[in-house]
Design a protein around this ligand. Structure first.
Ligand SMILES: [Fe+2]
Length: 134
């Protein structure tokens, strides 16, 4: 099940970040797919674990990038990252306790990521252009 498709309007023009965003979209779709499988619990646990871990890695990449150019909105941007990571980690804990994580989690993350890219991420893209880094 594809819950989210890559949209060229989400391109930041920064290769490493676009590649990671695309990989996150794949991970979200994998999570959505996992619920249909015969081993739904096991697969959704693996998919959620990957999504949570890859989100951390991706956010670290972005935060390093923002820090490298003294981006003034880094702190508020980081708050958004921390919130999503904590939400995903809470879901992992719940899942370990037997709570059934369902496809609406994949829809939520898809929606969150699309909005985050278009609003927060595009903020640092504009900044790189404004300071002549791109
Ligand atoms: Fe971000």
């Amino acid at each position: 099940m594809t819950v989210v498709e890559w949209d060229p309007r989400l391109e930041t023009g920064i290769d490493v970040i676009d590649a990671q965003h695309r990989r996150l979209f794949e991970a979200i779709n994998d999570l959505a797919d996992s619920f249909k499988s015969g081993q739904a619990l096991e697969k959704s646990r693996d998919s959620l674990a990957f999504l949570a871990q890859y989100s951390v890695e991706h956010f670290q990449t972005e935060e390093r990038f923002m820090r490298s150019m003294n981006y003034p909105d880094l702190a508020s941007h980081r708050v958004e990252h921390v919130r999503l990571v904590s939400k995903l980690q809470t879901l992992q804990v719940k899942q370990d306790k037997g709570y059934l994580v369902t496809a609406d989690v994949a829809m939520f993350v898809a929606d969150w990521l699309s909005h985050h890219i278009q609003e927060a991420d595009m903020g640092y893209v504009r900044f790189t252009k404004a300071i002549g880094k791109r």
